[in-house]
Design a protein around this ligand. Structure first.
Ligand code: SF4
Length: 267
């Protein structure tokens, strides 16, 4: 494993930087390759450190989601998915996002000309999901505030949790949606890559002293949309998402790995 700290010799730093470039070029492998995750986390940290770019937090999220797609294209699931455009049984579930992903979704909404994504109408829909926990969301089947007639209105910039949510059986998804079961046959490649990309984001955040937790999508996004200076306050270290529902999205073991990687890339 590549290891580094503040006294990291130049040759080890160079190896980490080369690994970062490789991760951006070729994506993550479908194996427990710590070096590739370190590379991606290091690349995301570099983006977040670029104070010349006021949109760096959005760029970091975009980079992580691009890597998910590149990695996924190289490692498609072994059998076909049942997911299709217009099928949205999974879009009534609680979605957890990192701060960069929330800023990416908010940026998409702010730039969109789609009346469905006008701030006020997003706020009106989001009141039905904000503060509702995972059990309540499953029970109420309240659609995500960004779901427009069965299609994600921010599809190109949807969070990693949504990208990782896939199924081999729409019948199982319908059963889960109706509260008649929860055994959805999900492709492991989606879950694996979603976890790895999220962990890289959290490691980059933790290495820079930002909170490395997930927030409920609609609450985090409306909080950003409701304040013109949300991004600057977040850059300045203010915990602007304090109090936002934080869905658990990792085991203790995953959190320990995030801390290890954060330490390794902090040089
Ligand atoms: S962000 Fe898009 S994909 Fe994710 S739950 Fe909402 S509508 Fe569905």
């Amino acid at each position: 494993m590549v290891t580094a700290n503040k006294q990291t010799p130049p040759e080890v730093r160079a190896r980490i930087e080369a690994t970062a470039k490789a991760a951006l070029r070729t994506g993550l492998p479908l194996e427990q390759d710590r070096a590739a995750m370190i590379g991606l986390a290091s690349a995301l940290r570099r983006i977040l450190q670029d104070e010349t770019d006021p949109g760096r937090v959005v760029r970091a999220a975009k980079q992580a989601t691009d890597i998910f797609e590149v990695s996924f294209d190289k490692n498609p699931p072994g059998r076909p998915l049942d997911c299709k455009k217009g099928c949205a049984y999974c879009c009534s579930r609680l979605v957890g996002v990192s701060a960069p992903e929330a800023f990416l979704a908010a940026e998409h909404i702010s730039r969109s000309q789609n009346p469905f994504l006008a701030k006020e109408v997003v706020f009106d829909r989001a009141v039905h999901t904000i503060g509702v926990d995972a059990v309540g969301r499953d029970k109420n089947r309240t659609a995500c505030a960004l779901l427009e007639e069965g299609i994600c209105a921010i599809y190109a910039d949807r969070p990693l949790a949504c990208r990782a949510n896939a199924s081999h059986s729409v019948a199982a998804c319908l059963q889960a949606y109706e509260g008649r079961g929860s055994n959805i046959p999900a492709p492991l490649v989606h879950l694996f890559l979603g976890d790895r990309c999220r962990m890289a984001i959290y490691a980059a955040l933790r290495s820079l002293g930002y909170p490395a937790v997930s927030y409920e999508l609609s609450e985090a996004v409306t909080l950003i949309l409701g304040a013109d200076d949300a991004r600057d306050r977040w850059y300045a270290g203010e915990d602007i998402f304090a109090g936002v529902q934080a869905p658990p999205d990792r085991s203790e073991e995953m959190d320990a790995v995030i801390s290890e990687i954060a330490e390794v890339i902090s040089f």
